[in-house]
Design a protein around this ligand. Sequence first.
Ligand code: ZN
Length: 503
Amino acid sequence: MTTDAAFAELTTRLQRVHALGTVAELLGWDEQVNLPPGGAEQRGAQQAALAEAMQAAASDRRTGELLAGLEANAEALTADQRVVVAHGRKDYDRATKLPVEFVREKAAQGSRGYHAWVRAKAADDFAGYAPVLEKNLELAKREAGYLGWGGREYDYMLDKHDPGLTAAAVERLFDALKRDLVPLVREITGSPTAARARAAAAKLRGFPVEGQRVFLREVTERLGFDYARGRIDVSLHPFCSGTGSDVRMTTRFNADEPLDSLFSSIHETGHGLYEQGLPAAQLGTALGLHAGMAVHESQSRLWENQVARSRGFWRGFEPRFRALFPAQTAGLTGEELSLAVNAVQPTLIRVDADEVTYNLHILLRFELEKKLFAGELAVGDLPAAWRAASRDMVGLEPATDREGVLQDVHWSDGAFGYFPSYCLGNMLAAQLWYRARALRPGLEEEFARGDFSWLLGWLRAEVHAQGRRCDALELARRVTGEELSPRALVRYLRERYGAAEGA
Ligand code: ZN
């Protein structure tokens, strides 16, 4: 068998596993958007059957043979082929090295953990949840061990979401960010501008859902989301799933929080644009898959924050916003609207946080996760450690665990190492933003004319079309010419929110 024939067969197999994965995603989307309440159990059975088929396809011995053959002939492969083989190996090992009993135990624990978390949060009962967390931690460490990461368990958890990242690298970045960000947040939130922004934001009330729907559809379409290859629906928590020519986003509406649905939709649009921009012919291999969660978040946050909170963006869209909501915006000046869009207010709850203080919530979680994995912090001591870290970083101390350690769902099903991606995505987004502006100084003027095509075209070429060829660190280096660092993020936050601006 020639190398090319083996590679072609491997590609077909990888794409088949991926296709099954997209079916599972579609079922998940449907569960949150359409499923009648009585259908939950049947859906569970469908998902379980599909998971079994996916596991069988992913661990097929023939795939292992093809990988071994191609690895033995690595010098005959092109650089792109090597990327596909390397990632195929990683996925194959994950599918074959975990004992079946372990996979079963983990799946059962994931569903138990979620329900235990829901109960514990409702009752503000951390003690009832602690055994779940202990178990999840133990399972995570065992999983790392099976895959050859013994002794570097937290590195494994980070690498799962962002290939190539290590705890030491993240720690260096986050320490530098913390040094600048903590005082900057105090400065921003204490400024007279921040108080005026909060007052302006409080004026945005009573926006009919129908008008919001029209506005966000027009905005996201203008940004470049292709509705012939995607759609937007309503769900409890906004998310984006799917890829290629079928990308599903969701949003939610609240008449008194028009900016919440708008910005969360733009955030999901950023994820959607990335998925729509991945090379269609390579879908399902590393050349047609996203490069990890940090890069994904950099795309959502770049559109949500750097673009959609800019003056240029609102110069362009303000007339339409006012035309759709004449009564609601009558008492609002243009300056107030711009302030409301950029209101900053520290909060105890991560998902309610603005783009400035959001990063503090991530720094907090990273420090605690790192200590948990290093054995420096016992699960039973988490609530107190959380309160202390929250006081130290966010400047607020939760009165209940519900507003503290119990607020996030992630740890309930063992998703450790996920949080850092959000903040690393913010760093990368800021770096991409300055690079784009350096290449295209008139960018915001184009936004004011409703033209986002240059920015999207640039991201398509530099980020989307690259698939998984490079990780977040390498991507930063190649696209911006600089190492990933918090410098651009701090500069951006200072420029947009610093006391000097609009005070
Ligand atoms: Zn996101």
